[in-house]
Design a protein around this ligand. Structure first.
Ligand SMILES: [Zn+2]
Ligand SMILES: [Zn+2]
Length: 347
């Protein structure tokens, strides 16, 4: 058997050469933990409509969205033992309250943390415009003119959280090496002109994409992500197909699976029950359960823990919660959009 020794030596060297190099320290985590959602199996956490996830990758800890209710968010954060004081940054995907309402709690713990949010004209995260934007009439007396006729060069518009450390994102921006905020705008009735940020993390295994509500369209977001790295390892978050018709769902699922060859999928939030079912059918064991409290390991073993056995199925109380919320609320203007579409089709 000794003739095998040189072969084994060469094989060991080759494996060492081709193994991907990890940028982060060996003990740093590479995972996504779901801190806010309306389905899940962790009895220590409270289910509610909304989304938040902690992304820990390449030595960075980024809180993506903050849920729908500050008290529930705080309780869920504590239940998972998450330390918000050591966050590198917060991303607010868009201005809907089911993604932002926990921000007050974040700021009570960590008032200076950098917060990335979409830049929108007169938005609640604050904005500014050159005063040249408005028409002047120099024939008016000063008391009838804005700022007495001598406006500041830049007009600033306040944020709902005046002291918070916002960095407003206008276009797709790399915020740290390999970490990009994709900025897109919704064109859908009910959320027209809403800007949304999605987080793309380029890892040695491919791109990990985290989406909040996907108001600009999950297919558009994935198209933008594929421009960064066409190998997409994982998409997690809300796909906003919660009221979509079967043919729309089928098209989105086919785009993810066939066009972009997404490796694994971990849908949550506003993805919708029929879309959960369609994605599960299409992706099989590459569908990673991502309910409230779930931690998804990233890297070469993404989802391996889940794939060993059957992913937990939606339990009856999850389904009941979903349906109750769906009846009670219109969190994204989807019902309004529906009625607009219905009105439009009557014309
Ligand atoms: Zn939304
Ligand atoms: Zn949402």
């Amino acid at each position: 058997m000794t003739f095998l020794a040189p072969l084994l030596f060469v094989a060991t060297i080759l494996i060492a050469i081709v193994a991907p190099v990890k940028a982060a320290a060996p003990d740093s985590k590479s995972q996504i933990t779901i801190l806010y959602d309306a389905f899940g199996t962790d009895p220590s956490m409270t289910k509610d409509w909304g989304f938040s996830a902690l992304v820990e990758v390449a030595g960075k800890r980024i809180l993506f969205d903050t849920g729908n209710d500050a008290d529930i968010f705080a309780a869920n954060v504590k239940a998972k033992g998450v330390d918000l004081k050591t966050l590198d940054s917060v991303v607010l995907s868009h201005r809907h309250s089911d993604h932002m309402s926990g921000l007050n709690y974040v700021l009570s713990v960590n008032p200076t943390v950098k917060i990335y949010a979409p830049k929108e004209g007169f938005g609640i995260y604050g904005s500014s415009l050159p005063s040249s934007f408005y028409r002047k009439d120099e024939t008016l007396p000063p008391e009838m003119r804005y700022y007495g006729g001598a406006p500041p060069q830049i007009m600033k518009f306040g944020a709902a959280w005046g002291a918070a450390n916002f960095e407003l994102i206008d276009k797709t921006t790399e915020i740290a090496p390999g970490m990009t905020l994709i900025a897109l705008v919704s064109d859908s009735p009910g959320t027209k002109e809403l800007k949304e940020l999605s987080l793309a993390v380029d890892t040695s295994e491919g791109l990990v994409l985290l989406v909040g509500c996907s108001h600009p369209g999950i297919e558009k977001i994935v198209e933008a992500a594929a421009a960064i790295n066409p190998k997409i390892q994982l998409i997690a978050g809300g796909f906003h197909l919660v009221v979509a018709a079967d043919d729309v769902i089928a098209k989105a699922v086919a785009t993810l699976k066939e066009t972009y060859k997404v490796e694994s999928i971990a849908p949550g939030h506003c993805t919708g029950e029929p879309t959960f079912a369609a994605l599960k059918r299409a992706f099989g064991d590459r569908y990673l359960y991502a309910g409230l409290g779930t931690t998804l390991s990233l890297g070469p073993n993404t989802g391996r823990e889940m794939r060993r056995g059957e992913a937990p199925t939606l339990q009856q109380d999850d389904l009941t919660t979903y349906r109750r919320l769906a009846r009670r609320e219109d969190p994204f203007g989807v019902l309004q959009a529906r009625s607009l579409r219905a009105k439009g089709s009557q014309l």
